[in-house]
Design a protein around this ligand. Structure first.
Ligand code: SF4
Length: 692
């Protein structure tokens, strides 16, 4: 039996493991001593390997290229040459007829590494000539990236995952680590065992609330009101650090002009909690020697996601709970390489390494490196992933290249997304499984899976780690970066990379903060946390040490905003709040975990709607009953799970099921500052199936 070192493909915790291979089959996984996991794995890391072998439990692997010659026709198997020629010709026609901005691409934050994403964004910018490139962060932590870049300068965790366990206080705000990052949850348990205080603020009494020193159950959709009041207490009770504020921040007076209006009493009704609990939490946070605020989708998938991130960053600054190893900000990213997708410039306003497309010096640097005439790279930020529906309706987007994502499953308002995808002139999908989106494609490219390719992932805490292939690509699958470069070459911008190290070395040369992260440094269980600007630098576990923020004058920018209510409030027709959440055994659109024997047995179609027993009783619904859940967008059948941990007036569903999918019900309304959907709040109703 062979062992091949890899990084788990299921979340941003970045757990290192060995894939065990026997006779060409991946037969097991074992945790190894990675920097974030120290040998431990959760159930997905331990049991999530066998889809690589093409188990065909949910859907078969895609093993050869396919094209649909005309709309309404069938997908047919073709050779690679025919598929690439067909696609290059169609993309070129669309570019010539409608311009490069009529083509939109989205990268993959899952199995493919940073190298594949770098080549895809290079193809987008240098060959097609547009900044219409995005990734799934748009739907999850986009507000964290934007909100942190606006205020403290770097769109990432300021602390490292290992250092979480040495914090004196951890406050979780809209973040459920035991479901989304179990090994991060383990660090929080260890912190508790070492004496840390834990605060959980969440509408649901999540698993971590069981070990919390203070659990505050808030109403859905009140985040900014709560955080403004939390900040108000810190300053009103003189717990802010005036010397730090004077030396290391800008804008305190204007910030306080807004924050001073949000006393705990003033938000008690909106938040549905005891004002004294807000005071207690703020005192615990501000007076602990080292405090961390961790947040997740509960913050970002809201109408005011960016504004809440601005406020969290400001709170950390005014309380001087930032810039130390065990004090800072922890927006823990979802998909395993979503941090890497952003690092590689899969973002319509950012070149690789967070270098802005609007900056002429940055564009000139990339043009020179990529052999492009001066002035070639586009300066205007491109479309966001969530611009796709209206971009297609308005005739601005004609072609969409989908790499390793499944927007029909994971984006809001599925009916609208299906119409969007069907109305494209050209839909290209590059994936390992026939997902809901790929089934609609005009071109299907079979990419390689985790376990079949080499590269570098970025964990949620900015840690670069290498992974290696355990088995050769299945069937006719090609490495993803090879597909992009062959397409680019056919479209007149040749690329000739030999391997992923050559690509990574180009990334290092172009991104000063990544330069020191060599393959050599990352061999075995080696790693490097960016910024890692020199070969000698071991990496930077903690950002903003000594109050040096990554802004023009090295000072943080304090930003405050007034609270506004969510877009679609409950009413008589739809009296419940629908909030989307995660299922611990499944991941993203379920194409990977649904094809793993162990994980697929944990839960099955049609999933569950989690509901408070009182709300269920009022509707004559019992545990495990089949029910209808309806909203203004649609109606799905699922099973009821009666759960005391659920707050009254709200229900919770995942988006991973083909039957009973919550995204048939959610609405396409986005945070105007980030374009991130308001997935955590829409109005719905639940009925017993006997009622209709
Ligand atoms: Fe994989 Fe995340 Fe589990 Fe670690 S915590 S084993 S990275 S799913």
């Amino acid at each position: 039996m062979e062992k091949h070192m890899a990084v788990c493909p299921y979340c941003g915790a970045g757990c290192k493991l060995n894939l065990l291979v026997d006779d060409g089959m991946v037969i097991g996984a074992e945790g190894i001593d990675g920097v974030t996991n120290e040998g431990e794995l959760c159930l997905k890391g331990l049991s999530g390997f066998d889809f690589i072998n093409d188990t065909k439990i949910l859907t078969p692997r895609i093993l050869h290229p396919m094209i649909r010659r005309e709309k309404g026709g069938e997908l047919e198997r073709v050779t690679w040459d025919e598929a690439l020629d067909f696609t290059a010709q169609r993309l070129t026609e669309i570019k010539e007829k409608y311009g490069p901005d009529a083509i939109m691409l989205t990268g993959s934050s899952r199995g493919p590494g940073n190298e594949a994403n770098f080549v895809m964004q290079k193809f987008t910018r240098a060959c097609i000539g547009t900044n219409n490139i995005d990734n799934c962060a748009r739907t999850c932590h986009g507000p964290s990236v934007i909100g942190l870049m606006d205020t403290v300068g770097s769109g990432a965790m300021s602390v490292s995952i290992p250092n979480l366990e040495n914090a004196d206080l951890i406050m979780l705000f809209g973040y459920n680590p035991s479901a989304s990052h179990p090994i991060v949850a383990r660090r929080i348990v260890k912190a508790k065992e070492k004496g840390a205080k834990i605060i959980v603020v969440d509408p649901r009494s999540i698993e971590t609330a069981r070990i919390a020193d203070l659990y505050i159950q808030i109403k859905n959709g009140c985040n900014l009101a709560f955080m403004n009041a939390f900040a108000n207490v810190i300053v009103s009770e003189n717990m802010h650090d005036k010397a730090f504020i004077d030396a290391h921040t800008n804008g305190f007076d204007a910030w306080w002009e807004t924050i001073k209006n949000y006393t705990p009493e003033s938000v008690a009704e909106v938040c549905g909690c005891d004002p004294d609990d807000i005071r207690k939490a703020a005192r615990m946070y501000a007076t602990a020697p080292n405090s961390v605020i961790g947040w997740g989708m509960g913050v970002t998938q809201q109408r005011q996601g960016v504004k809440v991130v601005h406020t969290i960053a400001a709170i950390a600054c005014v309380a001087n709970q930032i810039g130390r190893d065990n004090a800072g900000l922890a927006p823990v990213r979802g998909q395993n390489n979503v941090q890497g997708s952003c690092d590689m410039g899969m973002w319509p306003s950012l070149l690789p390494g967070y270098q802005k497309v609007e900056n002429p010096e940055m564009r000139a640097k990339f043009e020179k490196a990529w052999g492009l005439p001066a002035g070639t790279l586009p300066a205007e930020p491109g479309f966001k992933l969530t611009d796709l529906p209206h971009g297609v309706k308005e005739g601005k987007i004609r072609a969409f290249y989908n790499f390793g994502e499944d927007p029909l499953q994971t984006e809001p308002d599925s009916a609208d997304m299906k119409e969007t995808l069907e109305n494209l002139d050209l839909l290209i999908s590059q994936d390992i499984f026939m997902t809901q989106t790929t089934a609609l494609a005009d071109v299907v490219f079979p990419g390689t899976s985790w376990g079949e390719h080499d590269g570098v992932f970025s964990a949620s805490d900015r840690t670069f780690q290498r992974f290696t292939a355990a088995v050769p690509p299945k069937g006719e699958c090609k490495h993803d970066w090879q597909i992009f470069q062959e397409l680019s070459t056919r479209m007149g911008y040749p690329m000739h990379y030999e391997d992923t190290e050559e690509i990574w070395n180009e990334v290092r040369e172009l991104c000063p903060n990544f330069y020191g992260a060599t393959y050599e440094k990352m061999a075995g269980t080696g790693h490097a946390q960016w910024p890692v600007p020199t070969l000698e630098c071991p990496g930077t576990p903690t950002l903003y040490k000594n109050g040096q923020f990554n802004t023009a004058d090295k000072k943080a920018i304090l930003m405050a905003h007034d609270f506004v209510e969510p877009t679609e409030l409950p009413d008589d027709a739809y009296p419940l709040v629908l909030c989307t959440v995660r299922e611990v055994g499944h991941y993203s659109c379920r194409s990977m975990t649904g094809n793993c024997k162990v994980l697929s047995m944990l839960a099955d179609e049609p999933g569950y709607v989690h509901i408070n027993p009182a709300d269920a009783e009022a509707r004559n619904i019992r545990d495990e009953d089949l029910v209808w859940v309806s909203s203004r967008r649609g109606k799905v059948i699922t099973r009821a799970c009666l759960d005391e941990r659920i707050n009254k007036g709200a229900v919770y569903m995942t988006y991973q099921w083909w039957i009973g999918k919550c995204n048939d019900l959610t609405m396409h309304v986005t945070d105007p500052l980030s374009g991130t959907p308001e997935d955590k709040y829409s109005a719905c109703e639940v009925h017993s199936i006997d009622d209709q």
